[in-house]
Design a protein around this ligand. Structure first.
Ligand code: NAD
Length: 348
């Protein structure tokens, strides 16, 4: 079914950071018949969906993807799945080694099996550049292999990708796998900017950075990423049954953690006041890939290009996060604007 026909979407993890921005786009599209969210609200938040309260096209279901017997009915009549639910943070798998196995691999299997049982034709999947493993500053492209991830998170993404291609080929599904760079922006639920702001809210005099700060990765502003997700859905609808494809989705180049720390301190009005402490290690934690460079020319050739560089994406994201925090009502996760901040928001 082409995208211009009326469509029912199912978004796993739709209450999360990326998922909630995707909902904004889907619900503003006049061809959308219904958007079904499946989310267990482990890191997702009701406040992310508040602006759509009362929208009859949005159906939010509190459900754990690991509870397979409950899943199939929600997949009836769905045209397109966006599978975003996962453990979103590579660090959490260090403490709990079952986390990525369950939240990535088994959750993805459950989604695919529920799709198969209900003849749902299409899936777009949020994978990550972590599948490539630690290849230094080698610019990764989709043909690079074998993929040898070094974190349990990356392993879970690689296993999920393999399940998707196998379900597509065996059962006639169609799939697009997007390997994201690092995604940043308002409604963030985890990651370096999130951690830094929480630290600065407690004490704006000091900021402790994991690793030496020279880690450098490509960053994507979340609303730009949503453009890529919508493009992928269109692309998916054009595939023949049993076909799948994989695309990197990241800008050329990379931004260092030092740049992020400096930019955040500057935009919060703390420049010259906050002392930033760096560690000694190249990576922030075991399994952290200290350097990542991604080639998204395949996606550009297919017709989708990101509108800004990695540095620009970060500057914009920090501005938008600060604006969001100035209006945010609650802060149950501890993410709030430092009381003594005097935002110097860069023009976006
Ligand atoms: N944010 C990034 O930088 C980034 C980079 C690469 C890939 N990704 C991937 O994009 C996807 C979305 O990430 P995000 O940054 O929005 O994270 P997020 O934590 O904000 O969103 C994940 C959502 O999934 C839900 N969820 C988790 N486990 C679930 C389960 N078992 N059943 C139902 N719901 C469940 C959470 O409650 C949350 O709403 C994830 O798959 C993540 O791995 C994110």
């Amino acid at each position: 079914m082409a995208q211009n026909a009326s469509s029912t979407y199912l978004v796993t993890g739709g209450a999360g950071f990326i998922g909630s921005h995707l909902l904004d786009a889907l619900l503003s599209n006049p061809t959308t018949r219904e958007v079904r969210v499946l989310d267990n609200f482990s890191s997702g938040r009701r406040e992310h969906l508040a602006q759509h309260a009362g929208n009859p096209k949005l159906k939010v279901n509190t459900l754990d993807l690991l509870d397979f017997p409950k899943l199939p009915p929600y997949f009836q009549g769905v045209d397109q799945v966006f599978h975003l639910a996962a453990n979103p943070d590579a660090r959490w798998g260090i403490e709990n080694t079952r986390l990525d196995l369950e939240q990535e691999t088994i959750a993805t299997y459950n989604v695919l099996e529920a799709m198969r049982q209900n003849h749902v034709p299409r899936i777009v999947f949020s994978s990550s550049g972590t599948v490539y493993g630690d290849v230094g500053t080698t610019v990764t492209h989709e043909g690079l292999g074998p993929c040898l991830p070094i974190s349990l998170y990356g392993a879970g993404k690689a296993a999920s990708e393999a399940l998707i291609t196998a379900f597509c080929a065996t059962f006639g599904l169609r799939g697009i796998i997007l390997r994201f760079g690092n995604i940043v922006g308002e409604r963030t639920t985890h990651g370096a900017i999130y951690d830094f702001i929480r630290q600065l809210a407690k004490n704006s005099g000091e900021l402790k950075v994991l690793g030496n700060g020279l880690q450098a990765k490509p960053y994507v502003y979340v609303r730009d990423l949503v453009g890529g997700l919508m493009f992928a859905a269109q692309r998916c609808s054009e595939l023949e049954p049993s076909k799948f494809d994989v695309f990197n989705l990241a800008p050329d180049g990379a931004t260092s953690v030092r740049f992020i720390a400096d930019e955040l301190v500057k935009q919060l009005g703390f420049k010259g006041r906050t002392v930033i402490h760096y560690g000694d290690s190249a990576g922030g934690w075991p399994g952290d890939v200290p350097q990542s460079r991604m080639d998204s020319s395949k996606l550009r050739r297919a017709g989708f290009a990101l509108p800004r560089s990695s540095d620009e994406a970060l500057q914009l994201a920090i501005s938008r996060i600060i604006e969001w925090l100035t209006k945010r009502a609650g802060a149950e996760d501890g993410l709030k604007l430092p009381r003594d901040a005097s935002p110097q928001i860069a023009a976006a």
